[in-house]
Design a protein around this ligand. Structure first.
Ligand code: ADP
Length: 447
């Protein structure tokens, strides 16, 4: 087992990884930009190293600075968290080249799944059917027209290197195609440094359902059930649940068996998430994330399995030590992503936290690096806290969520807490019958 882990991240996820390290008796090294010198993840780590100025490209994405920090502190492994370098195959290779362990999958799998066209091809070859779409990158309008003609409008143009819901364009008919294609390519190039795009059939009322998997070096693969991330704004998840209100246990089993055998066949290792769109009783694969997900706590709550602990154990070469039949799903969990944003306009709201009180009680978990006096800077992602509740049933979890939101006080900045307080009161949310487009209409007042 590792003696010392450097955590190449900040905020709540850096703390999340530290907590598990401490429980495992592993020392932690925090890295931080000059803007984060007072951050909680720095204060609570055993050691810390400043790796650069505030812009992420000069600090949290600065591979040389992070590797140097790992070497001078005598770390033996690096946990990348999510975002930043977590899905960067080159970084994973550099970590290994310096005799350190990257806590995540092998570089070849990060690369394979990082190209969404390739990911769909590989999974299809192993029986996991993707959303109908073009099988290679589209560079000109004529190829786009031919592809769209095959599966019909509306179509969605997506970036092959995409993430975070960016660079997507819905096309209603052939007349818009050329213009939208140019727009999508420009957006993808600017956001990801890669303008490769592809086409997918645009589903009119899907749910987003994803499957958490764990795979060890000996080839054992298990799934930890699904998460339902249907409540989204601008294709970004805002509230996630485990399990899905729309899925029967038999469907979970069917999906789990298919996905775990596909991952075993490609030799995948460590934690990963397969994302699907679910409509009319069918799952269609859209992508795989080769890292810890923001919404992983809901899975931890219903399975009792610490996903970061499993990531670390697998990276250290330990076997899972349990089989699919040993995994139990207990109750229901819901997570809200609380962002430092105006709850109506979603304009970022940086500033100093004047007072902070987090909710508690049975079945309430808060993953956050906030404290009174901290300045939330405008440099990074606006996620400042995750409120997670766990209860015996979905109805009880919703009631618990409402009371936990009422207890939560974050004073000094605006947050999206009031939006979640509104959502939990809406009968449609309680019924669980919405699709990925519902929240967008709810926040814009068009329903
Ligand atoms: P990203 O990697 O940028 O997050 P994803 O491929 O994971 O992009 O898709 C994000 C969200 O966009 C999905 O959860 C869904 O709401 C929407 N979406 C993606 N593909 C489609 C599609 N083919 N039809 C309808 N909605 C889609």
């Amino acid at each position: 087992m590792f003696q010392k882990i450097l955590i190449a991240n900040r905020g709540e996820v850096a703390l999340r990884v530290q907590r598990t390290c401490r429980e495992l008796g592993i020392r932690t090294v925090a890295v931080h930009s000059t803007a984060d010198a007072e951050a909680m993840h720095v204060r609570l780590a055993d050691e810390s190293v400043c790796i650069g100025p505030p812009p992420a490209r000069d600090s949290y994405l600065n591979m040389a600075a992070i590797l140097s920090a790992a070497i001078i502190t005598g770390s033996d492994a690096i946990h990348p968290g999510y975002g930043f370098l977590s899905e960067n195959a080159e970084f994973a290779e550099m970590v290994a080249a310096h005799d350190l362990t990257f806590i995540g999958p092998a570089p070849q799998h990060i690369r394979m799944m990082g190209d969404k066209i390739e990911a769909k091809r590989v999974m299809a070859a192993h029986g996991v059917l993707p959303v109908p779409g073009s099988s290679r990158a589209i560079t000109d309008a004529r190829a786009a027209e031919a592809a769209a003609g095959q599966f019909g409008y509306p179509v969605l143009i997506k970036a092959a290197a995409g993430g975070g819901g960016r660079g997507m364009q819905v096309v209603q008919g052939p007349r818009e195609l050329a213009e939208r294609l140019a727009l999508a390519r420009a957006e993808a190039g600017a956001a990801f440094g890669d303008d490769a795009v592809y086409l997918e059939k645009y589903l009119d009322r899907p749910r987003h359902i994803e499957l958490q998997v764990l795979a060890d070096a000996a080839g054992n693969v298990v799934h930890l059930g699904e998460r339902d991330c249907t409540l989204q704004r601008r294709h970004q998840k805002l509230l996630e649940e485990a399990g899905s209100p729309a899925l029967a246990p038999a469907e979970r089993e069917r999906l789990g068996t298919l996905a775990t055998s596909a991952l075993a066949a490609i030799g995948y290792r460590n934690a990963g998430t397969l994302e699907f769109l679910y409509q009319d009783g069918e799952f269609a694969f859209i992508e795989m994330n080769t890292r810890l997900q923001v919404e992983h706590p809901v899975t931890e709550m219903i399975t009792g399995i610490d996903l970061v602990r499993e990531q670390i154990r697998i990276a250290a070469g330990e076997p899972l030590g349990y089989r699919q039949a040993d995994i139990r799903f207990d109750g229901h969990a819901i997570e809200c992503r609380i962002n430092a944003e105006n709850p109506i306009s979603f304009v970022p709201s940086p500033g100093r936290i004047l007072a902070y009180h987090s909710p508690g009680g049975l079945g309430v978990r808060v993953d956050s690096a906030l404290y009174a006096g901290l300045v939330v800077t405008p440099f990074y992602d606006s996620l400042v806290a995750k409120l997670i509740v766990h209860a015996r049933s979905r109805a009880e979890a919703i009631a618990r969520l409402a009371r936990a939101i009422d207890e939560f006080a974050i004073i000094g900045i605006e947050t999206t807490l009031p939006l979640f307080r509104k959502i939990v009161d809406v009968p449609e949310f309680a019924s669980g019958t919405y699709n990925v487009h519902w929240l967008e209409r709810f926040v814009t007042g068009t329903i």
